[in-house]
Ligand binder design. Structure first.
Ligand SMILES: CC(C)(COP(=O)(O)OP(=O)(O)OC[C@H]1O[C@@H](n2cnc3c(N)ncnc32)[C@H](O)[C@@H]1OP(=O)(O)O)[C@@H](O)C(=O)NCCC(=O)NCCS
Length: 214
């Protein structure tokens, strides 16, 4: 299996790091594939570390979370730069990949540490995802696609077979990257846009065909 939602290994707990909407989406996925171990959540902002992220997942201040012992960690932050910063701060050795039980992930895909695959997303054989990648609800990552570290493929986006998406790219919701095209690092592709040619310059690209605006 490319990911196991943390069932393997001998670490007793899973820490979800983040308190926003994306963290609740990840928590929902984890709760639907129950684990026989403690799940808790935390955030840099102590003010939000009260109550529960979702029922059964207590929020604890980060200083306390770090004292709770050995745990797998998943940084559940949608923003690419913030997710990368937190993954680097914690170190990658205990990063846990998570996929929703309703995601379809090929056993012949490679999923990097700390990645998240949401409900109804498809990751086809030969796809290679880096570390800390998000493939959000209903997105399609076709065969042999490569995705760099800390990229985010937003809901219902489609990456054509053999396309290569650079590090920290955001492919907006419903956007399409046509097969075999290359998108360089640090690009934002607007929602609903269609990438019809290689993108070799960082910036914000929108429209059909996608053109650079920022
Ligand atoms: C592309 C995007 C980042 C631009 O945001 P922004 O920098 O705040 O830019 P603005 O909203 O000021 O728009 C700038 C121009 O681009 C146009 N534009 C913005 N998004 C566009 C899109 N997706 N398609 C076509 N045109 C778009 C605006 O109409 C505006 O045009 P104008 O200058 O002629 O008025 C944003 O619109 C977007 O699509 N974000 C992706 C959201 C997403 O899918 N997130 C994932 C959540 S899980």
């Amino acid at each position: 299996m490319p990911t196991d939602n943390g069932k393997s290994g001998d670490m007793p707990g899973l820490l979800l790091f983040g308190a926003g909407g994306h963290a609740r989406v990840v928590a929902d996925a984890v709760l639907r594939a129950p684990l026989a171990r403690a799940i808790f959540a935390s955030d840099r902002n102590d003010a939000v570390c009260t109550g529960e992220l979702l029922p059964g997942i207590p929020m604890v201040p980060v200083a306390k979370a770090l004292l709770l012992g050995r745990f797998h960690l998943h940084v559940a932050i949608g923003d690419n730069a913030s997710r990368e910063r937190e993954c680097r701060a914690f170190g990658s050795e205990r990063m846990q990949s998570i996929h929703h039980p309703a995601a379809v992930v090929s056993p012949w895909a490679h999923i990097g540490a700390g990645s998240f695959i949401a409900a109804n997303a498809i990751v086809a054989p030969g796809a290679r995802l880096g570390r800390g990648v998000i493939v959000n609800h209903g997105a399609i990552v076709d065969h042999d696609v490569e995705i760099g570290d800390f990229a985010h493929i937003a809901p219902a986006a489609v990456l054509g077979g053999g396309s290569r998406i650079g590090r920290a790219v955001l492919v907006g919701s419903g956007a399409v990257v046509q097969p075999r095209l290359v998108v360089t690092a640090d690009v934002i592709i607007g929602s609903g846009s269609v990438v019809c040619r290689q993108i070799d310059m960082p910036g914000t690209w929108v429209g059909v065909p996608a053109r650079r605006i920022l």
